[in-house]
Design a binder for this molecule. Structure first.
Ligand code: ADP
Ligand code: MG
Length: 153
C-alpha cells in the first residue's frame, strides 16, 4: 500500500496524527501538505513540530513564508507558500538548506513552489468532511513508504 485515507473527526484527531508521525519520522523527511484554507494543515504541522521537540511557539508561516527550528542537532522547516505567485519568488528565501540531509521539511501549498522544493517523501492531502476533516497520505519515496508502514498502514 502506498496510500492511506483516514477520517479526522475533530481537531484533536488532526493533532494526534501529527504526534503519531513525529514518533516514526526518520532522520530526514520532506512532506507536502495539500488542502484548502482551513483544511487543517497548520494544525497538523504544529502538533508534529511540538512532538518533535520544538520548545518555542510554532507560528504559522503565513506571512514569513518559512519558519526554521533547531531540534537538537536536527533542523526543521515549516513553509506556507500560499502567498507566492511564482516559484521564482522563492529564490531570495535561500531554500538550499531545505535539501540538506536530515532536514525535516513541511510545506503548505507546495504547488506554488514547484521546481524550487526538494523532492517529496510523503504527501498529505487534507479536506473537509462534514464538520471534521479527512486526510489521504501518499508515499512518494522509499522513506515515505517506510513511514506509511510504521504508521500501521
Ligand atoms: P490550514 O492550515 O489548512 O489553512 P488550519 O490548521 O489553520 O488550516 O485549521 C483551520 C481550522 O480547522 C482550525 O480552527 C482548526 O482547529 C480546525 N481543525 C483542524 N483539524 C480539524 C478537524 N479534524 N476537524 C474539525 N476542525 C479541525
Ligand atoms: Mg495553514
Amino acid at each position: 500500500m502506498n496510500a492511506v485515507e483516514w477520517s479526522l473527526a475533530d481537531e484533536d484527531a488532526t493533532m494526534a496524527l501529527g504526534r503519531r508521525l513525529a514518533q516514526v519520522v526518520p532522520d530526514g523527511l520532506v512532506a507536502y501538505l495539500h488542502g484548502d484554507l482551513g483544511a487543517g494543515k497548520t494544525t497538523f504541522a504544529r502538533a508534529f513540530l511540538r512532538a518533535m521537540g520544538v520548545g518555542e511557539r510554532v507560528k504559522s508561516p503565513t506571512y514569513s513564508l518559512v519558519e526554521g527550528y533547531e531540534i537538537g542537532d536536527r533542523r526543521a522547516f515549516h513553509l506556507d507558500l500560499y502567498r507566492i505567485a511564482d516559484p521564482g519568488e522563492l529564490e531570495w528565501l535561500g531554500l538550499d538548506s531545505l535539501a540538506e540531509p536530515g532536514a525535516i521539511v513541511l510545506v503548505e501549498w507546495p504547488e506554488r513552489g514547484a521546481g524550487a522544493l526538494p523532492p517529496v517523501d510523503l504527501e498529505l492531502s487534507f479536506r473537509h468532511e462534514g464538520p471534521g476533516r479527512a486526510v489521504r497520505i501518499e508515499a512518494r519515496s522509499a522513506t515515505g513508504l517506510r513511514i506509511l508502514q510504521s504508521l500501521g498502514a
